[in-house]
Write a protein that binds this ligand. Structure first.
Ligand code: NAD
Length: 421
């Protein structure tokens, strides 16, 4: 194999996902059949979607839907519209969804979908026709009892509404439970917008409590002031945390005295950036993640904490709001240095948990208040955190390994109960 192939293979997310599965199966001493069943998705659809463009031409887009397992329930996972979507990425993301749902004890298997496209270059009409075309193509394998998609990168509540409508027209029935992340008026859930950030804040509080320290008076650095980061900052601030630094794609704002996240959001709305927030200074990009703080909340991109900067991280706790912000080679360095990492499959699982609540509300046709949603979310995150923290302590492993172990134990139990192994 040449060097390019080796590099390509090591950055292939599906190979990383298979490695994580291998490690967890070995650590738990599970039957080899568990690895054999889960190492590839149970089903993958590759579809061609012809779309009439505004100029009258027809363009054919490629889409994927991967159902990693349905042993633990119908597949569940988002749909990504992005030029960089690949089959291996979709397969990897569907495997991670299996683990995310299992660690939260949700009655779902893992799924993921994607369409290779640049949504920013599509008109609203083209985006709608593509969304509807994708659903027509995968309709035979989705449904409230089969596979329930949701939003992901560059898909939103409007895209979910078009997709749900297309599905309902195809089956000739009202079926809001086919998709989650819908607008409220079409059966979306109260509290969904804040759910991911709320899960992160609760996970931070529970982990600190377990370790015997209190969030009140602690300091936090937030990378990425978007949906997860800005709401996460507000909720942590409400818990008594001092927000000392925030960043977005244009720069950052640092003030060791602490800043009001509401005022930062207002400043960003006005100026388009967190930079220049009154009373703050800007630190060089390369120093942002290594600022001294109690809690670091990476809420932007993957691969931010690497073997290159892990030794310089001065946070006590990293709560992964983003998916994959820490590389596998950074994990052992952080663990050795006593930095606790609450892994993405647990830290940002608030989103899929409230998606589950949305599906339950759709199937039962009863709708909960935001308070009810938040209370149930709180219970789910606290329960999952305590289980993972206990496994971490018992086995002397980092919380990522502990979360994979908790998840895989549940999936293996389902495989056993079904008689598949
Ligand atoms: P978003 O687009 O609302 O926010 C992303 C933010 O990151 C933006 O403010 C952007 O300016 C900033 N950013 C981009 N590049 C940056 C850089 N180099 N340095 C600093 N900031 C940078 O997205 P989001 O929904 O908040 O998602 C953020 C992360 O959380 C993603 O990894 C996403 O997969 C993950 N996540 C989100 C949800 C959810 O429900 N929103 C659920 C699970 C996981």
């Amino acid at each position: 194999m040449n060097v390019d192939a080796v590099v390509k293979q090591s950055s292939n997310p599906f190979i990383s996902a298979q490695r994580q599965l291998r490690n967890a199966v070995d650590r738990l001493g599970l039957d080899e059949a568990v690895y054999e069943i889960l190492k590839e998705p149970a089903r993958v659809a590759v579809v061609s979607i012809p779309v009439r463009m505004d100029d009258g031409s027809v363009k054919v887009f490629t889409g994927y839907r991967s159902q990693h397992t349905v042993a633990t329930g119908p597949a569940k996972g988002g749909i990504r519209f992005h030029p960089g979507v690949t089959l291996d990425e979709v397969k990897a993301l569907s495997m991670w969804m299996t683990f995310k749902c299992a660690v939260m004890e949700l009655p779902f298997g893992g799924g993921k979908g994607g369409v290779v496209c640049n949504p920013k270059a599509l008109s609203r009409g083209e985006l709608e026709r593509l969304s509807r075309g994708y659903v027509r193509a995968i309709a035979p394998i989705i449904g409230p009892e089969r596979d329930i998609p949701a939003p992901d990168v560059y898909t939103d509540a409007q895209v979910m509404a078009w997709m749900m409508d297309e599905y309902c027209q195809l089956v000739g029935a009202d079926a809001p439970g086919v998709i989650t992340g819908k607008p409220l008026v079409l059966g979306g859930s109260a509290g969904r917008h804040e759910a991911t950030a709320r899960g992160c804040a609760i996970a931070a509080r529970e982990t600190a409590r377990y370790q015997g320290w209190d969030l009140r008076g602690a300091t936090a650095v937030i990378q990425g002031f978007g949906n997860a980061g800005s709401i996460g900052a507000r909720l942590l601030h409400e818990m008594g945390v001092r927000i000392i630094a925030v960043s977005d794609s244009t720069g950052n704002a640092y003030n060791p005295q602490g800043m009001d996240p509401g005022a930062i959001a207002e400043h960003k709305r006005r100026t388009g950036s967190v930079r220049g927030f009154p009373g703050s200074e800007e630190v060089p990009d390369s120093e942002f993640l290594t600022l001294e703080c109690d809690i670091l909340l990476p809420a932007a991109l993957e691969n931010q904490i690497t073997a290159d900067n892990a030794r310089d991280i001065r946070a006590r706790l990293i709560v992964e709001a983003a998916n994959g912000p820490t590389t596998p080679d950074a994990d052992p360095i952080l663990f050795e240095r006593g930095v606790t990492v609450v892994p993405d499959i647990l830290a940002n699982a608030g989103g899929v948990t409230v998606s589950y609540f949305e599906w339950v509300q759709n199937l039962t046709r009863t709708y909960w208040t935001e308070d009810e949603v938040n209370q149930r979310l709180e219970q789910s995150i606290v329960r999952a955190c305590r289980r993972v923290l206990d496994i971490g302590r018992q086995h002397g492993v980092n919380l990522r390994e502990a979360a994979y172990m908790a998840a895989l134990e549940r999936v293996a139990a389902a495989l056993r109960a079904r008689g598949w192994i």
